[in-house]
Design a protein around this ligand. Structure first.
Ligand SMILES: Nc1ncnc2c1ncn2[C@@H]1O[C@H](COP(=O)(O)OP(=O)(O)OP(=O)(O)O)[C@@H](O)[C@H]1O
Length: 263
């Protein structure tokens, strides 16, 4: 599949005086036993930006995403989302904050015994007072958004890997999320499906103006979706650059990480 390159956005280096970033990590440390994963991580993600996090396996990329929604707490440091310290706010506030955030898990995390429509509807049934007709309308709209109209009755087991991810994405968007976190959206997909997921991520960012954080190993994903790329190593950012500068960078860690392999 031919992949287009996303035009360079202007949000990589916000001018001083702009609104506070949506996500702000300050001095975040996280260890498991004696294994240090995050070692004083500082990271800002401004509104509307698509940030890609790259880095070697086991370096804490998924752990970073989990901190954003308070699924993990730092040992030291702060994680602020929309100006609120995720680990200091009341449970009720955290639940409200999570409704504004979509999380696409690696395998789409669909419930196998529920059909597609019921999977996508789940967050609304659990967290809203909408009636069935309103839920149906919202679910159908989100399935259209991910280019899977009319598949309400299909079961997850009947879907391809790429379709499962897109259904997972529809569910991540169902509460009208303003921020979406993608954990390895291309994992387990063949190049064609991987390309169409990349296109969809870029399309959703553009059409909904949603802020996105994408963890990936793939340059093909970076080329299509990223405004900015950070390289995480040993629990800190070693590189933080606008996409095109990242891809062309002669920084030894970037070159050693990307190599000459286009993917
Ligand atoms: N709940 C946990 N308990 C103990 N160790 C954990 C836990 N979650 C993550 N880890 C460890 O933290 C390290 C970082 O994990 P993480 O999943 O963030 O890596 P990653 O950078 O996303 O890697 P990959 O690219 O392979 O997915 C790994 O060594 C992992 O085993």
């Amino acid at each position: 599949m031919e992949e287009t390159t996303k035009p360079q956005a202007t949000t990589e280096r916000p001018a001083s005086g702009e609104a506070a970033p949506i996500i702000r990590f300050r001095g975040v440390h996280k260890s498991f036993g004696d294994k240090v994963i995050l070692d004083g991580l500082d990271l800002d993600v401004p509104e509307g930006q698509t940030l890609v996090i790259m880095g070697p396996s086991g370096t804490g990329k998924s752990v970073t995403l989990r901190h954003v929604i308070g699924l993990m707490q730092p040992d030291q440091g702060q994680v602020e989302v929309w100006g609120k310290d995720v680990n200091q706010i009341a449970r009720k506030e955290l639940v409200a904050l999570r409704k504004r955030i979509g999380y696409l898990f690696q395998d789409g995390a669909l419930i196998n015994w529920l059909n597609v429509g019921d999977n996508v509807a789940l967050p609304l049934r659990e967290n809203s007072k909408l009636d069935e007709a309103e839920i149906r309308e919202k679910v159908e709209h989100k399935l259209e958004l991910v280019h899977l109209p009319g598949i309400w009755d299909r079961m997850p087991g009947e879907l391809s890997g790429g379709m499962r991810k897109r259904v997972g994405l529809a569910r991540a968007l169902i509460t009208d999320a303003e921020l979406i976190l993608y954990d390895e959206p291309n994992a387990g997909l063949d190049p064609e499906m991987s390309g169409s997921i990349n296109q969809l991520i870029a399309e959703i960012a553009d059409t909904l103006g949603i802020t996105s954080v994408v963890v990936t190993h793939l340059q093909s994903c970076v080329r299509v979706v990223a405004d900015r790329v950070v390289l995480l190593e040993k629990g800190r950012l070693v590189v933080d650059l606008p996409r095109d500068e990242f891809l062309a960078s002669k920084h030894p860690r970037v070159r050693s990480f990307l190599g000459d392999d286009p993917d």
